[in-house]
Design a protein around this ligand. Structure first.
Ligand SMILES: N[C@@H](CCC(=O)N[C@@H](CS)C(=O)NCC(=O)O)C(=O)O
Length: 230
């Protein structure tokens, strides 16, 4: 029996992408909470760029979420989440890259950190960071709305792919902010996709297994190290 381990901290957007894919494919895995050692030697030995997730499968260790989920999809059984056809694969990769470049940085790194993560630690929001990010989020979600308005259930139309699970955790966390909720009300096709994904048995199963949301303690340091300056 092979061993699969996800290393990260529970509220991490990228960690939850990996956990959704493992859950969907019915892969048994253990979760190692790195919160107490984030940025320390034990963590950096697994991820030299000081991030999570890291995934270990027996003696093979890999970091970077897009590499991890592609590996999981190929290395384990269960429903394939990668299309066979080259153009559909390219479209899936396009969405994955778009999450990394155009959705996550503004929805999570900027707005969610300022609205949720920092206030939970007693650190005031920087309104300039939020104001800079919101038009970028609006643009990104508008692109997604137009794609989904063609009538498909998922980002690639009728097929659920890695791209949908890649997008979901960002839209979940941003949806906890007031700005997210008011933006979502103006996006009917996106909101239908979000409801479909949130109600998916895979999402429900993972959510039911997660601990209650606690403040991200090591994020106190992000106010110095990661916060954009405008
Ligand atoms: N390019 C990385 C990004 C991962 C990332 O930014 N993870 C965040 C959590 S969602 C993180 O590790 N933050 C920890 C920190 O910055 O201290 C990937 O795709 O895995």
């Amino acid at each position: 029996m092979s061993e699969a381990v996800v290393y990260g901290f529970p509220r991490s957007t990228f960690v939850n992408i990996v956990r959704l894919v493992l859950t969907h494919k019915n892969v048994a895995y253990t979760f190692e909470d790195l919160e107490p050692v984030m940025g320390k030697g034990e963590h950096l030995a697994l991820h030299p760029f000081n991030r999570v997730p890291i995934f270990r499968h027996d003696d093979f260790t890999v970091y970077e979420t897009s590499a991890i989920v592609r590996y999981i999809d190929e290395a384990f059984g269960g429903e394939m989440l990668t299309p066979r056809e080259p153009q559909a694969r390219a479209r899936m990769s396009q969405w994955i890259s778009a999450v990394d470049s155009y959705f996550y940085p503004y929805m999570i790194f900027h707005v969610t950190h300022e609205r949720l993560v920092f206030p939970e630690l007693g650190i005031a929001s920087d309104e300039r960071v939020v104001a800079h990010a919101l038009p970028k989020v609006e643009h990104a979600l508008g692109v997604m709305e137009r794609e989904l308005a063609h009538g498909g259930d998922y980002l690639l139309g009728s097929q659920l792919t890695l791209a949908d699970f890649y997008m979901l955790p960002c839209t979940f966390a941003f949806g906890l902010t007031d700005e997210g909720q008011s933006m979502y009300r103006k996006l009917p096709a996106f909101s239908r996709w979000r409801a479909r994904m949130e109600e998916h048995p895979t999402t429900r199963k993972l959510r039911a297994s997660l601990p209650p949301r606690e403040p991200i303690l090591h994020a106190r340091e992000w106010a110095n190290s990661h916060r954009p300056k405008y």
